[in-house]
Write a protein of this length. Structure first.
Ligand SMILES: [Zn+2]
Length: 213
């Protein structure tokens, strides 16, 4: 039987290597010497939107992630009533891609009043009591945004039934979401130095790039 090649990329879930290839080829995952606002240093920097700015990559990643979600019966059978909600702008293309692929009811987001402040919903852009929600973002790192938004949404009576991210990159202090199902396409381990004094790259004089996010 002939298969349409044009549809081939949408017929599988990209594995870890596929995702890393996309991230590296788009500059979303880059090697170097980076300093973060909390003072830590790393030899890698990940910024998933650099991959998501390419629509076809975004499509492959979000369709792949949606297929993982669809494998769960509870989601597959109720998806038409579910919402996909993001805690950050980086999660917006993920939310809309998943919503389109799964034909979920709606996709929206929340914002903080200011960095470090609680989440707030835009007026009338609020979940209804009992609304089932899949939280989504491009990356799960500290988990702070997803955890804070989950609390906010539950304050409206919504029910968060899972978390879906492109990349799971936990740290020793990543928020524990307990039994809440987590879906991701790639699990990346980052190596961090707590500060410049403990950084091998600083010792060897590697040029340093400061990043704000
Ligand atoms: Zn360093």
């Amino acid at each position: 039987m002939l298969e349409s090649k044009a549809e081939a990329p949408l017929k599988f879930v990209p594995d870890q290597d596929d995702v890393v290839d996309i991230l590296r080829s788009t500059g979303a995952l880059r090697k170097g010497h980076f300093a973060y606002p909390n003072g830590s240093h790393s030899d890698e920097y990940l910024q998933v939107p650099l991959a998501m700015q390419h629509y076809q990559h975004a499509k492959v990643l979000t369709v792949g992630l949606s297929r993982l979600l669809r494998e769960r019966t509870e989601i597959r059978t109720s998806i038409k009533d579910m919402s996909i909600v993001s805690p950050a702008t980086g999660g917006l293309p993920v939310a809309y891609g998943i919503c389109e692929a799964l034909q979920a009811k709606k996709a929206y987001w929340a914002e903080r009043e200011a960095p470090g402040q609680p989440y707030r919903m835009r007026p009338f852009l609020e979940p209804q009591p009992g609304e089932q929600i899949i939280l989504t973002d491009d990356i799960l790192h500290s988990g702070a945004n997803l955890a804070d938004l989950k609390t906010t949404l539950e304050g409206f009576g919504a029910i968060v039934i899972g978390i879906a991210v492109i990349v799971y990159q936990p740290t020793p202090r990543t928020h524990d979401f307990g039994a809440l199902p987590l879906y991701y396409l790639a699990h990346l381990k980052a190596s961090y130095y707590a500060n410049a004094d403990s950084c091998d790259l600083c010792r060897s004089g590697e040029p340093l790039t400061s990043v704000w996010l």
